[in-house]
Design a protein. Structure first.
Lengths: 334, 373
C-alpha cells in the first residue's frame, strides 16, 4: 500500500469516526430515531436541505438545535406564520444616517443569513414568503434591490411541517419541494424509546449540554470527502433506471408507476439521490457507493418528488408504498 | 496501483467467472439431461414394442442436445468480467467493492487517492474471498436430475433388450436352424429322442393334441388283453399312463407294453419311459420344434404297410435303453405291434391327412429303430 493510499485510508477512518461521534451525540438528544438522525446527517453533509415532517412533539426542532450545537455553526430560527413577510426572512435595506449626516440605505441581513436555518412550520407561511426561500435555497444567495448577497457556507435549510394541521396552511408547491434534498418523516417512537426518553429528557434539555464535535473546517473536509466517494457505472445506471422507473410514460416505468404516479422524479432528484448515496457510503465507512446506499436514500430523496394520481390519493395510496415497490424492483438484490 | 493489487482482484473475478461458467454448464446439462432421458425412454419403448431400432442413433439423438447445450454454454454464455465482479460482491456482501475496483482497473485515466483506496481495499479482501469461494458459494447441483437419469438408463436398457419384432423373427430363424439340425442329426440322436421320450416328443403338438389323445385311447383299447394279463403290472402301467395323460399315444403304448412285462423289467422300463434319462429336457424343446419344422421323411405308403405288417424282428434290446434280454425283446415287440397297428389304424382312420402322415412317419421310424440290430 503506497503512501497516498495509506493517507487516504487514515483520512477515511478519521471522517468515519467523526461522523460516528456526531451520530452518537444526536442519538442522546433524540432517542429512538436512529434512521431520522442518519438521514439528517446524510442530507446536510451532502449539501442539501431537509424537510422534516412529523407530528408535534416528536423532537423535530430539538433535533435541529442539537445538530447545530454539535457542529459549532450558528443556528437561525424562523417561525413561519401567515403574516410573515419575505423581508422578514431575507432581510431588508433600511435608511441610516452616517456621521457626516448623509443618509443612505444599509442592508440588514435577515435570519436566512446563517449556516443552519431552521424554518419551523414552513407550510404556515404564505406562498410569497415561501418563494423567498427558493432563491436562497437553490442559488445560495439573496438578491435585494438589485444587489446579490451571498449566503454563508455551509448553508443548510432545515424546515419542519405538520402533516395534520392543514387549516390555515399553504402546502409547499412542487417547485419548492424539489429544492429539498430529503423529506424525512419522523415516526412515532416505540415503547423502549419512550422509556429512554423519560430518563434522558424528563427534567433536562439534553441539547443544551452538547459539546462541539465538528469544527467548520472538519465539516468542509467531510463534505469534500463525500464528493470523492467513488460511484461505479453500475450504480449510476441503477440510479438512472430508478428515476426513469418513476415516470409512468416511460417504457422503463414499473407497473406501480403506471398505476399510481402522475409525475415522476426530476433530474434534480437523481442528483440528490447520488449525492446523498455518496454521503451515506461515507457514513458507513466506505469509499465506494453500493446499491445499499441507493436503497437507503431513495425513499427520502424521492418521496416528495413524485406526484400521485388523484384517484390513487383518494384511494388512500401512500407515496412511500408506491416508491418502495418501485425501488425493490429496480435496485438489484443484495 | 500495483500489479499485485490488480492480479489479486482479477484473480478473484476470474475465479468467480469460472465458477459462474461452471454453474451455467451444470444448469444447462441438467436441463438437457431431461430431454435426453425422454428421448432414450421413448426410443426404448418404440424399440421394444413397435419396431426394432439400433441403440446408436437413439443415443446420438439423445446426447446431441446435451452436447450442443454444453457447447453453447462453453462458447457463447461465458459470463463477463463485470458480471463476475458484481456476482462476487453479491456472494461476499462486498458492497460494490469489487465492482468499483474492477471499473477503476479498467480505466486508463489517472486515479484519485480515493480510487486507489478502493482498489487497495479490494485487493486486501480479494485473496481471502478467493480462498473462501468454494465454501461460501458451493456448486449447486441440480436437485431433480435423478428421475431423468433413471429414465435415460431405463431407455438404454430397453434399447438393449430384444424387440418384439426381433423375437418373432428370431424364433422363426431358430426354428429353421433347429429343423436343419434335426435333418442333419445322427441316427443315434434320433434313436435317443424317439426312444427316450416318445411321449414328450409331441408334447407341444397342441394343435394335434386332441387327435393324439383319441389315438392313445384307441391304442389302449387295442391292448386291453395285455393290460389285464397282470393286473398289478397293469396298475403300474396305468399310473404311468395317467401321469402322461394328454401326451403322445406312444407313451401310453409303452405303458401298455410295460404292462405285459415281468415286474422286474417293467419297473426299469417305466423309469426309462418316465423321463429319467439324461437330456430329456433338451429333447422337449428340440422335439417341439420337430413338429413344426421336421423335415418330411421319405416314407411311402408301401413302407407303412410293410411296417404295419412287420412283427419286429429286433433282437437287440439295448436300443430300448433299460430293457434288455429276451424278455425285453419280447416286450419291445409287444410295444411295436400295437404301435404299428395303431399307425395302420390311424392311417385308415378319421384323422386329418397331415396328422395321419405324421403319425405314420413317426411309428415307422420308431419301428425301424427298434427293430434294427
Amino acid at each position: 500500500m503506497n503512501t497516498n493510499v495509506h493517507l487516504s485510508e487514515r483520512h477515511f477512518q478519521s471522517v468515519h469516526k467523526e461522523l460516528g461521534q456526531l451520530r452518537e451525540a444526536l442519538q442522546k438528544v433524540i432517542v429512538g430515531q436512529d434512521t431520522l438522525i442518519d438521514e439528517l446527517i446524510t442530507a446536510v453533509f451532502a449539501g442539501g436541505h431537509v424537510l422534516i415532517e412529523g407530528m408535534p412533539g416528536l423532537g423535530k426542532t430539538h433535533l435541529v438545535k442539537g445538530l447545530a450545537a454539535c457542529i459549532s455553526l450558528d443556528l437561525s430560527r424562523i417561525q413561519c406564520t401567515p403574516d410573515l413577510m419575505p423581508a422578514d426572512i431575507t432581510g431588508s435595506e433600511i435608511l441610516v444616517q452616517d456621521e457626516a449626516g448623509q443618509h443612505h440605505l444599509d442592508f440588514r441581513p435577515g435570519p436566512i443569513f446563517a449556516p443552519v436555518v431552521l424554518v419551523d412550520e414552513i407550510n404556515r407561511a404564505t406562498p410569497k414568503t415561501q418563494a423567498a426561500l427558493l432563491e436562497s435555497m437553490q442559488e445560495r444567495q439573496v438578491t435585494l434591490a438589485g444587489k446579490r448577497y451571498a449566503l454563508p457556507q455551509p448553508f443548510w435549510v432545515v424546515a419542519t411541517q405538520n402533516p395534520i394541521e392543514l387549516e390555515g396552511t399553504y402546502p409547499l408547491p412542487e417547485a419548492q419541494l424539489d429544492r429539498f434534498m430529503f423529506k424525512v418523516q419522523v415516526p412515532y417512537p416505540d415503547d423502549a424509546a419512550l422509556l429512554s426518553m423519560i430518563d434522558v429528557s424528563l427534567d433536562d434539555e439534553p441539547a443544551d449540554h452538547l459539546s462541539v464535535i465538528l469544527a467548520a473546517q472538519q465539516i468542509a473536509q467531510i463534505m469534500d470527502q463525500a464528493r470523492k466517494v467513488f460511484v461505479a457505472d453500475t450504480v449510476k445506471q441503477a440510479a438512472v433506471g430508478l428515476i426513469l422507473a418513476t415516470h409512468p410514460e416511460r417504457k422503463e416505468a414499473m407497473p406501480a408507476s403506471r398505476q399510481h404516479i402522475r409525475y415522476g422524479s426530476s433530474p434534480r432528484g437523481m442528483q440528490a439521490l447520488l449525492r446523498s448515496a455518496r454521503m451515506h457510503a461515507l457514513l458507513q465507512g466506505r469509499a465506494q457507493v453500493a446499491f445499499d446506499d441507493l436503497r437507503s436514500v431513495a425513499l427520502p430523496a424521492l418521496r416528495h418528488r413524485v406526484l400521485l394520481k388523484m384517484e390513487s390519493e383518494m384511494d388512500g395510496v401512500d407515496t412511500d408504498t408506491v416508491l418502495t415497490d418501485i425501488i425493490s424492483q429496480c435496485l438489484p438484490a443484495r | 496501483m500495483t500489479g499485485l493489487q490488480q492480479s489479486e482482484t482479477r484473480a478473484l473475478i476470474g475465479a468467480v467467472r469460472d465458477r459462474l461458467w461452471l454453474q451455467c454448464a451444470v444448469d444447462a446439462g441438467s436441463r438437457d439431461v431431461r430431454l435426453a432421458g425422454a428421448v432414450l425412454l421413448i426410443g426404448g419403448l418404440y424399440h421394444l414394442f413397435v419396431h426394432a431400432i439400433h441403440a446408436g442413433p437413439v443415443v446420438a439423438l439423445a446426447v446431441l442436445p446435451l452436447v450442443m447445450g454444453l457447447v453453447v454454454v462453453l462458447f457463447r454464455r461465458r459470463p463477463g468480467s463485470a458480471a463476475a465482479a458484481r456476482t462476487a460482491d453479491i456472494w461476499f456482501d462486498g458492497k460494490n467493492l469489487i465492482t468499483s475496483a474492477w471499473e477503476l482497473l479498467q480505466r486508463r485515466s489517472d486515479h484519485s487517492s480515493t480510487d486507489e483506496l478502493v482498489v487497495a481495499r479490494a485487493q486486501a479482501v480479494a485473496a481471502q474471498w478467493r480462498r473462501q469461494l468454494a465454501s461460501v458459494q458451493p456448486l449447486r447441483w441440480p436437485q431433480r436430475v435423478t428421475t431423468p437419469l433413471l429414465l435415460a438408463l431405463t431407455g438404454l436398457l430397453l434399447l438393449q433388450l430384444p424387440s418384439k419384432e426381433w423375437l418373432t423373427r428370431f424364433k422363426g430363424v431358430e426354428n429353421v436352424q433347429i429343423g436343419e439340425r434335426t435333418r442333419d442329426a445322427t441316427p443315434r440322436d434320433s434313436e435317443h429322442n424317439m426312444e427316450g421320450q416318445p411321449s414328450q416328443t409331441l408334447v407341444a403338438a397342441r394343435a394335434d393334441q386332441d387327435a393324439l389323445t383319441a389315438m392313445a385311447s384307441a391304442s389302449l383299447h387295442s391292448q386291453d388283453a395285455a393290460a389285464t394279463a397282470t393286473p398289478q403290472q397293469a396298475s403300474e402301467g396305468g399310473e404311468q399312463t395317467e401321469g402322461t395323460q394328454g401326451q403322445h399315444p406312444a407313451n401310453k403304448t409303452k405303458g401298455a407294453a410295460l404292462s405285459a412285462m415281468p415286474p422286474e423289467n417293467a419297473s426299469s422300463a417305466a423309469a426309462a419311459a418316465g423321463g429319467k434319462q439324461p437330456g430329456n429336457q433338451g429333447d422337449i424343446r428340440v422335439n417341439r420344434d420337430i413338429r413344426i419344422e421336421a423335415p418330411p421323411l421319405a416314407v411311402s405308403e408301401v413302407e407303412i404297410q410293410r411296417a404295419a405288417g412287420t412283427r419286429g424282428n429286433a433282437s437287440n434290446g439295448n436300443e430300448l435303453g433299460d430293457i434288455q434280454g429276451p424278455r425285453a425283446q419280447a416286450s419291445s415287440d409287444a410295444a411295436i405291434v400295437p404301435a404299428a397297428r395303431h399307425a395302420e389304424t390311424a392311417y385308415r382312420g378319421d384323422y386329418t391327412p397331415g396328422l395321419r402322415a405324421y403319425m405314420a412317419r413317426y411309428f415307422l421310424e420308431l419301428n425301424t429303430r427298434v427293430s434294427q440290430p
